[in-house]
Each structure stands twice: as structure tokens, then as C-alpha cells.
Design a protein around this ligand. Structure first.
Ligand code: SAM
Length: 226
């Protein structure tokens, strides 16, 4: 569903948003659908009001609870990789799982591109906040869930694509299990923050998958529920 009901909300920031999109293009983001959707999503509504003036800088920002909203370049890059690897000829994906809803911004970007998105967050306050903003903005194709996303969200599996937005020490096996054969996952992996790399995982058969290491990244850790 590509509906975006954001008329009148944050449109005053369109010019700053356009400048951010120019910067993303200069940094190599080429997927026109990703750029189109990111031009529309009002990132300033996903950060604290006190930080709204910095919301179209290409940087990660704090969202409370020791967590961050990801850098726009990383959001664009991970989304582009998912579409390249799991998208159909119309540049869309049927069903996607996101682990680590955080502010809900990445979910909004994905929500503008895919038919059905399930997103899981482990911190109750962030889950409720992102659920409310995504609802207010009209994303009826985004289902928010509270829980430990390292177990995925089996109720809605399998998924054509999975995006993990917190760094895992290793790829959680449950996520591979919930990926369709031929499906793709993008996940930051690394034991220490300065050793993290994006990994692209393609499930090739029932029992096999192919991993490709991509660029270095810095993410907060994927924390299993205690
Ligand atoms: N995608 C987010 C956005 O657009 O704002 C950014 C995510 S932030 C870098 C990582 C998020 O993953 C945090 O909100 C954190 O609470 C969440 N997280 C960490 N461990 C998790 C787990 N086991 N299951 C679900 N969410 C988790």
C-alpha cells in the first residue's frame, strides 16, 4: 500500500527534506522509489521536538531510552538493498519484517514501499510512541508489535524480506527460518560497536543461505529480552 496521508503535516519542512534527498543522492543512493518516499516522510515528527531542527541532518539522533533514530543515509541504503534483493519488478515487496521499531521512521519509509510491514520493538514506551505516530500518519499497512524481535514475528511469517536495525552478535536463526526461500535480510552484525558490518543474507534453499558482508556501520545492540 503506497498511501501516505500526511497532507498538512510537516509540509513546511519540504525544502529541508529536499536538501537531505539531494545529499543522499550525492552519497550514492540511486533507487528512485526510496528517494521518492524519503522525500515525503516527515522525519521531524519521529524525533523529540527539541531536536526537530536537526531532523533533516544526515545523522543519527537520540530518541530516549538509550536508543537512536538511524542516520537517513543508513535508512536509505538498507531500504535500497532490500528492494534490490527482494523487490518485484514494480520495486515493491509483499510482506516485510523490521526488528527494532525505535522511533518508527524506518517503518514509515518501508510502509510507503511495501504491501505489509510487521515491526517489532522491545521497549514498551518506544513501541507505544511509534505505534501512535504511525497510526496518526495513516500507515494502515504497518503492524507494530511489542516483543523480542530476535525471535522474529512468527505469527505473520514467512517474509520476503527482513530488516534488522540493531546490531546482533550473530544472525538469529529464527529470522532465517522466517525468511521465504529467495528472500533477503539486511542485518548489522558484530560483537563490538567498532566491528559491526552490514550483512546481506539470501535464503537460497530450505537449509541454506548466502551471506555477503557489506559496509561498516554503527548500531545500538540487539538486546534479547531478559
Ligand atoms: N529503526 C529505528 C528507527 O527508524 O528509529 C531505529 C532503531 S534503533 C537504532 C534500534 C532499536 O532496536 C531500538 O529501539 C531498540 O530498543 C530496539 N531493539 C533492541 N533489541 C531489540 C530486540 N531484541 N527486539 C526488538 N527491538 C529491539
Amino acid at each position: 500500500m503506497k498511501k501516505m496521508d500526511i497532507k498538512g503535516i510537516g509540509m513546511t519542512s519540504q525544502r529541508t527534506r529536499d536538501r537531505l534527498i539531494d545529499r543522499l543522492q550525492q552519497k550514492g543512493i540511486a533507487n528512485s522509489e526510496v528517494l521518492r518516499v524519503m522525500r515525503l516522510v516527515p522525519r521531524h515528527l519521529f524525533v523529540d521536538e527539541a531536536l526537530a531542527s536537526r531532523s533533516y541532518e544526515d545523522s543519527a539522533l537520540p530518541i530516549g531510552h538509550g536508543q537512536t533514530i538511524s542516520q537517513p543515509y543508513i535508512v536509505a541504503r538498507m531500504t535500497e538493498l532490500l528492494l534490490e534483493n527482494a523487490g518485484n519488478e514494480n520495486n515493491t515487496i509483499e510482506k516485510v519484517l523490521e526488528v527494532g521499531t525505535g522511533s518508527g521512521y524506518q517503518a514509515a519509509v518501508l510502509g510507503g514501499l511495501v504491501k505489509e510491514l510487521h515491526t517489532v520493538e522491545t521497549i514498551g514506551a518506544l513501541y507505544r510512541h511509534s505505534r501512535d505516530i504511525l497510526y496518526k500518519l495513516g500507515y494502515r499497512n504497518v503492524r507494530t508489535h511489542l516483543g523480542d524481535g530476535s525471535w522474529g514475528w512468527p505469527e505473520a511469517a514467512p517474509y520476503e524480506a527482513i530488516m534488522v536495525t540493531a546490531a546482533a552478535e550473530e544472525i538469529p536463526p529464527a529470522l532465517i527460518q522466517q525468511l521465504k526461500i529467495g528472500g533477503a535480510m539486511i542485518i548489522p552484525v558484530g560483537q563490538k560497536q567498532n566491528e559491526q558490518k552490514l550483512q546481506q543474507v539470501i535464503r537460497t534453499t530450505e537449509l541454506q543461505y548466502k551471506v555477503t558482508e557489506l559496509e561498516k556501520v554503527i548500531f545500538v545492540p540487539l538486546v534479547p529480552e531478559s
